[in-house]
Each structure stands twice: as C-alpha cells, then as structure tokens.
Design a protein around this ligand. Structure first.
Ligand code: GDP
Length: 369
C-alpha cells in the first residue's frame, strides 16, 4: 500500500531541507526493504514505540517498521495555476499524493530570500491555497460542462447529471470565495461523486511551522507559531513545529550521539518523528504487528480493514486462502512476557473473516492456497 504525502509550500520555506532530513532517516533504517524510486520520493520508517517494546521483549533477528512515502513537490509560486514557475508539473505531482504536508516559514534569516517579501506564514498559506483553489476551479468547470451536456439525456442519467451540476455549482461558488473543498464539509455521497476529480484542496492537510533553532522552547510565545496554530485550528488541521535545518543536522549524527544533541537543543525526540506519526494519522492508517523470533514487523492497514484484507497486506495469497487469525493485543504480550502466557490467560482469540482488525493487534494468520 504505497500511500504518499506531498510536501508543498512556497520556495525557500524549507521543503527540501525537511525532505532531505526525512530521506536520511529512511536511508538509515536498518533492515528496511528499501526502494528509492525517484530523487524527490523518500520512503521513511514510521517510528512506533509499540514495535520497539515488542522487539525489546522478543529480541527478533529483524525489527521492521512500517513506512510512509514523502514526495518533495517543488515549484509552487504565485501564479502556478496559470503556468508560472513549474506550474502544471507541480500541480500534476500534487494530484497524485494522498495528503499534503504544507511547510510554512516561521524563521527569520536575511540570507534566505522570501519570495513574498517577508516572513508571514498565514499569508503564505493563503497564496498556496489560492493557487490550488484556482486549479480546482478549472477542474470543476471542465466537469461541469460535461455534466451539463448530459442533463439533456432523459431518465435516470439525466437526473443524475442535473444533481451533479447542482453539486458542482455549489463547490465552484465556494472555491470562488477561496474556500477549499476540504473546508466545504461535503457529505459522504457528495465526496464519492467528486472523488475521481482528485481535487487538490480536498486532500487532508498537516502544517509544519518551520522555526529556527533559536525559537525552540519558545514556541508557545512565538507570534508566528501562534498565528499558524490559530489558522490551523479554524480548519481542524494539525500543526507540527520543528526546525528543519536542525532536523537535518540530527540525521547526520551517529545514532549514539543523538540523545545528547537533542537534549542540548531542548528536544526530547526529533521533530521528524512527529511529522511521520501525524502524517500516518492524517491518512487514517492503523498498524498491526506480526511477532516472532525471526522478525517483529509492523504492517499498515486502513481503519476498518477486516482480517482477510489485513492479511492481504502481507501477501495476496494470505487474503485469498484466509482461514482464520489468532489475535492478541500488543499490551497483553508486553505485560505477560510471552505468547504462551497470553494463551494461558485466555487472551489469545481466534477470529474469522468478519473480524475488524484493531490498531495494535498482534496477528498470526492461518491460510490455505
Ligand atoms: P525550499 O525551497 O522550500 O525547498 O527550501 P529549502 O529547503 O531549499 O531551504 C531554503 C533555504 O532556507 C536554505 O538555504 C536552507 O538552508 C534554509 N533553511 C531551511 N530551513 C531553515 C531553518 O529552519 N532555519 C534557517 N535559518 N534556515 C533554514
């Protein structure tokens, strides 16, 4: 399941710096089945304390985290929807990702030019959103023309086309006011009707407030960080505050040197961990584990996956030939110390095809192909 998060923002806000730090984190993850596809795509392990605890207990030969893909999407400037900068290429790249990480510059640095003239994260957000809204308007208008022709058809098809035109008109009117599709609170049916348009402003968003090293520890009183938080709260979006340049330095250090460096910088963990975890949440993803002496491994599922679908993430044969699953909670294993003890306490369940896998389940699958 290759799910990806696109990193967007105006030039010189720290996108590439953040992307490079994320890529470095991915490149260093031991035992990771690695695939660097293109220079602007990085596969990053998802930090998971539960997997760490399970592995500390079982001491497997391999510990394999699950992962997320990040895409560095360069080229957005004012006017991109009209082809300025990398214009259309940028917009094509963003269409393909599942969620958006919007980097906002909150750091001052006279040596780093600001394309809009000065540091103002909320204005920057508006510039980017405006371009995305304009592009969505174009997409919606094109579809509306087609639907309008279809209204001339009789019967059910004609009725459906009329309903679609009405929906598109409503979306268009809001986009005209600069209201993103995600903020338009469409019903599930309405969302389904426009799903195949892959509208840019419909994708879930997470903001990164990129601060300088000197601002660390003072985030709560930093006016720019506050502005970003207030703006994000209004739209129900998350914010991760970090110093991208520092994150990049942390990734250059040997593993053993990091805790001291983090402490000196006033951090308890790399900000990247938060970005990856929040990104994972944003995509509505859950994790289950397979545990054994060979390997302890985390697997990604969507919320609501039933046991056979979850098994299919490992291999399609597991899904096709699914018979049953043995399931127990990761906390039970860590608390009781062994699978035998979990069984003895009656905490290992046998579940069938209808079982909805829960976040943090440990699973063994029985299958037959
Ligand atoms: P992009 O155009 O958004 O990809 O921006 P880059 O990541 O290339 O960064 C632009 C410039 O800003 C580079 O010179 C970075 O070193 C610098 N930069 C990025 N993040 C920070 C930061 O947190 N603090 C400072 N002072 N400079 C940063």
């Amino acid at each position: 399941m290759a799910l990806s998060i696109g990193i967007v923002g105006l030039p010189n806000v720290g996108k590439s710096t953040l992307f490079n730090a994320l890529s470095a984190a991915g490149a260093q993850a031991a035992n990771y089945p690695f695939c660097t596809i293109e220079p602007n795509v990085g596969v990053v392990p998802v930090p998971d304390d539960r997997l760490d605890q399970l592995s500390a207990l079982i001491k497997p030969l391999k510990k394999i985290p699950t992962s997320l893909e990040f895409v560095d999407i360069a080229g957005l400037v004012r006017g991109a929807s009209k082809g300025e900068g990398l214009g259309n290429q940028f917009l094509g790249n963003i269409r393909q990702v599942n969620a958006v990480l919007h980097v906002l510059r909150c750091f001052e640095d006279d040596n780093v030019t600001h394309v809009e003239g000065g540091v103002n994260p909320v204005r920057d957000r508006d510039v980017v959103d405006t371009e995305l809204c304009l592009k969505d308007l174009e997409t919606v208008e094109k579809r509306r023309e087609r639907s309008l022709k279809n209204t001339k058809m009789g019967g059910k098809a004609g009725d459906e086309a009329k309903a679609e035109v009405a929906l598109l008109d409503r979306i268009k009117a809001k986009l005209d006011e600069g209201i993103t599709v995600r903020a338009q609170k469409l019903t599930d049916d309405e969302k389904a009707a426009i799903q195949d348009l892959f509208l840019l402003t419909d994708k879930p968003v997470l903001y990164v407030a990129n601060i300088s090293e000197g601002q660390i520890g003072k985030e709560d009183s930093d006016p720019r960080v506050q502005q970003v938080r207030e703006m994000a709260a209004k739209e129900g979006a998350g914010v991760v505050v970090l110093a991208a340049a520092l994150e990049s330095e942390i990734q250059q250090l040997a593993e053993a040197d990091r805790p001291g460096f983090l402490a000196d910088s006033g951090l308890t963990e790399p900000g990247l961990n938060k970005v990856v975890r929040e990104g994972y949440k944003l995509l509505g993803l859950w994790t289950y584990f397979t545990v054994g002496e060979q390997e302890c491994r985390a697997w990604t599922i969507h919320k609501g996956f039933k046991a056979p679908q979850a098994a299919g993430v490992i291999h399609s044969d597991f899904e096709r030939g699914f018979i049953k699953a043995e399931v127990f909670g990761w906390t039970d294993l860590v608390k009781l110390g062994s699978e035998a003890a979990v069984k003895e306490k009656g905490l290992l369940r046998v579940e069938g095809k209808e079982y909805v896998v829960q976040d943090g389940d440990c699973m063994h699958f029985r299958f037959n192909v």
